[in-house]
Design a protein around this ligand. Sequence first.
Ligand SMILES: Cc1cc2nc3c(=O)[nH]c(=O)nc-3n(C[C@H](O)[C@H](O)[C@H](O)COP(=O)(O)O)c2cc1C
Ligand code: SF4
Length: 518
Amino acid sequence: MIPRIYIPADSGALALGAEKVAKAIEKELKERGVEAKIVRNGSRGAYFLEPMVEVATAEGRVAYGPVKPSDVKSLFDSGFLKGGHHKRWLGAPDKIPFFAKQTRLTFARCGIIDPLSLDSYKSHGGLNGLQNAVAMAPADIVKQVTESGLRGRGGAGFPTGIKWKTVLDTAGAQKYIVCNADEGDSATFADRMIMEGDPFVLIEGMAIAGIATGATKGFVYIRSEYPHAVATMNKAVAIARKAGVLGVNVLGSPNAFDMEIRVGAGAYVCGEETSLLNSLEGKRGVVRAKPPLPAIQGLFGKPTVINNVISLASVPIIMDKGAAYYKDFGMGRSRGTIPIQIAGNVKHGGLFETAFGLTLGEIVDDIGGGTASGRPVKAVQVGGPLGAYFPRALFDTPFDYEEFAKRDGLIGHAGITVFDDSADMLKQARFAMEFCAIESCGKCTPCRIGSTRGVEVLDKVAAGIEAEKNLALVTDLCNTMKFGSLCALGGFTPYPVMSSITHFPEDFKPAPARVAAE
Ligand SMILES: Cc1cc2nc3c(=O)[nH]c(=O)nc-3n(C[C@H](O)[C@H](O)[C@H](O)COP(=O)(O)O)c2cc1C
Ligand code: SF4
């Protein structure tokens, strides 16, 4: 049997040198006259081990990482094609603690299969969900998704089945499925990883959504910063179409569903669903007032399901294994699994899929291994740029939508950014206001004007100008933004600002005192 070598072509792995490693391995094979098949897989998500190269041996896969081009010669000398020992040897990937501790449902195939091999996808359980769905009545599919407890993974955590039911129940000659792949939150890369590493699972999820709601056309809106994801998705759609997974008769059934990939132009607010719809229609990415809900009047005024990549990519396993199977994972009203993305100043950064319920401390300290700098963890921002900063005192918070909300935080798209004790939380609060000022679509006053005023007032606090009075003004401003903004960009910016003030008051002391304290 010709040996198989797996080298990720995932953007994160490429950024860490995977292409150079692939070239070095190709060269070495040629020079040694050895035949081997190189598979460019996605990443399994342990970025601290990337580029992670795997070889398929008679005993299963053996991983090596992080591999540098300069390691390649010695890897061959050590017999790595047969799993031989080497300083980069990691053993069976499934036994590496970072992977062994995970529950992989949505990401079950990511980093394992050839992303563009439909046969490989099928041999790892792919298309089972769609196969079941085409034999079911739309209302029964919606019921199954509702009963699974799946909630939107894009940020708001809205029940997916309820959204689908609204679209199913709304009459319309044309309905759409729109996949939100704008993924603008800091520390997030789950959408990108699945699109690059297992694109058919998203296509399958979208086809199921179409059949469930009567939508025959889908769009994936991908941010322009993701050229590899765009290329992979385009290729995967063409393959799926040719194989009859998409088209007028999905898997030979009477159901029609097809889809297109669209690329955004780069604006954080275009991840907000109504702004995204405007952008897809070729208009300026400005937020629309709700009602009407997109489910009633969405893309081109037609009933539209708009879901995050991970929400849609989680549907195939639900339709394959059943609602009860999926619902069995998790806690409270947060059911199933969530791909937590661990980033920032952290030792073991990467994607960790697990059932809801781990505590923040377990995620940061045990899985993330603490800071990369080796200094104590000071704060953790959960949920992207609009998420709250949690101090160590809140590390007992379980990863659950309601538990985070109770502590004035949010899970968002499950991105976690870790900061060590050198972080200045006043600067972070200012950054939140500045980010909002730059990214605001400008439609409503509290966000458009409030964010700029917020930066000015925080600058006064930093300069020690009437600090107490100005901090009270920031609090007042945050309340106005929270309750008066049209969308969550202006409405949630107060979370990082107020959590910084509440949990790290020492960082907001007037400048002379701060200097004296340092
Ligand atoms: C400013 C802003 C940016 C957003 N960015 C994204 C994004 O990049 N991806 C995403 O899926 N949802 C994003 N959302 C949430 C979407 O508006 C929407 O809730 C989501 O696409 C619905 O899908 P879900 O129910 O599957 O989560 C954003 C919301 C706001 C207010
Ligand atoms: S809150 Fe900001 S981004 Fe949202 S609609 Fe208002 S101005 Fe636009």
